[in-house]
Design a protein around this ligand. Structure first.
Ligand SMILES: *Cc1c(COP(=O)(O)O)cnc(C)c1O
Length: 369
């Protein structure tokens, strides 16, 4: 096996820096033994709502369940259509499908890799109920025109903020822009649990109340079930860990931004396409995604020098066997398909060192120049 010199992510490095704090928070939960819907969950929900500048936050089992339950809370289901970006993780589309609604995909623009707002309107039909813009790679979608379109067509907007904890759009945090927003705490996300977790945030008190029922067997109090609900709760233990990590999120996002600027400076004179940041957006670089013609060649070259990379995503949703019946084909979303061929995610995490970035850039330059 080849030795890894620069991993794609390094969760162990983060644990080394915050382990003491995390273990202490975990020990509190173990002493309290309030493992389900416990005190630390409530505290984390309050902190996270404040962080996102919204009134309510409801902890759930994953980012996928956050999206699904948000759609269900707005009573979206069979016969409905929900518009989302063609270039996203498949969970965005799966969450729509779980409710019985149909995902309707729209191509992304090749600058920000988020949904191409100019193409949304023609995807709207009389069955469209909602739009899920995805703040992909840590860059906010262009929300104002999307919200404007939604108002005119009376559509619900649910932000998929699973890759964008802490990102901003026109100075406002993502999560506070749509009717509701879904976050994931999958371990490798900018804010990650030690297992699975998710959160729905909203300013709507009624939707928040419904979400609390949906995640907990449809109950308002023990053994009173007012609707079909699920076991989609966020564990108290995970909430306690996440609460500690939330306090470090801004510092860690700032480190990601510094690393991104360093990559940028070191690759500026090459023909590599670097991530674009819209003027009104504060990027949090969940992923640092570059684009190049010989992507597979570059990826192999990096691998042979001990540098791990990723592709987000190699097979677009509309070309996945799981979605054969949506009726899309090769060529349906040219930009998304071009991305699938050309994009490459470079190592990116807060603990990445200057030396590592320098090394990655040198190995890239060696290949492309
Ligand atoms: C991670 C992710 C999800 C799903 O989150 P899980 O917590 O893994 O269920 C959904 N959408 C996007 C854009 C994601 O990156």
């Amino acid at each position: 096996m080849r030795c890894v010199k620069v991993p794609f992510v390094d969760l162990k490095a983060e644990y080394r820096s915050i382990g003491v704090e995390v273990r202490s928070a975990m020990a509190d939960v173990l002493r309290n033994s309030d493992f389900v819907l416990g005190k630390a969950l409530c505290e984390f929900e309050n902190d996270f709502a404040e962080y996102c500048d919204v009134r309510y936050a409801v902890g759930v089992a994953s980012g996928t369940s956050a999206l699904e339950l948000a759609l269900r809370a707005y009573e979206i289901g069979p016969g409905d259509e929900v518009i989302t970006a063609a270039n996203t993780y498949i969970a965005t589309a799966f969450a729509i499908s779980y409710t019985g609604a149909t995902p309707v995909l729209v191509d992304v623009d090749t600058e920000t890799y988020t949904i191409d707002v100019a193409l949304i309107e023609r995807a709207i039909t009389d069955r469209t109920r909602a739009i899920i813009p995805v703040h992909l790679y840590g860059h906010a979608a262009d929300m104002d025109p999307i919200l404007d379109l939604a108002r005119r067509h009376e559509l619900i907007v649910i932000e998929d903020a699973c890759q964008a904890h802490g990102a901003k759009y026109k100075g406002r945090p993502v999560g506070s822009l749509g009717h509701a927003a879904a976050f994931s705490f999958y371990p490798a996300k900018n804010l990650g649990a030690y297992g699975d977790g998710g959160m729905v945030v909203t300013n709507n008190a009624n939707i928040a109340a419904v979400l609390r029922q949906l995640r907990n067997y449809g109950s308002t109090e023990k053994y009173h079930h007012v609707r079909l609900g699920y076991n989609h709760r966020l564990d108290t233990l995970q909430a306690a860990i996440l609460r500690v990590k939330l306090h470090h999120l801004d510092t860690r996002n700032a480190a990601r931004r510094r690393h991104a600027e360093r990559y940028r400076a070191l690759l500026a004179d090459t023909d590599i396409v670097l991530p674009h940041v819209a003027r009104n957006v504060e990027h949090v670089y969940h992923l640092f995604v570059i684009r190049t013609r010989d992507r597979d060649g570059l990826r192999a070259h990096l691998a042979s020098h001990g540098i791990e990379t990723g592709i987000h995503y190699p097979i677009p949703i509309h070309l996945q066997p799981a979605y054969r019946d949506l009726g899309y084909e090769n060529g349906s979303f040219p930009n998304t398909e071009k991305c699938a061929r050309q994009i490459l995610s470079l190592p990116m995490y807060a603990e990445l060192t200057q030396d590592a970035i320098q090394y990655v850039a040198e190995v890239i330059r060696d290949f492309v120049l």
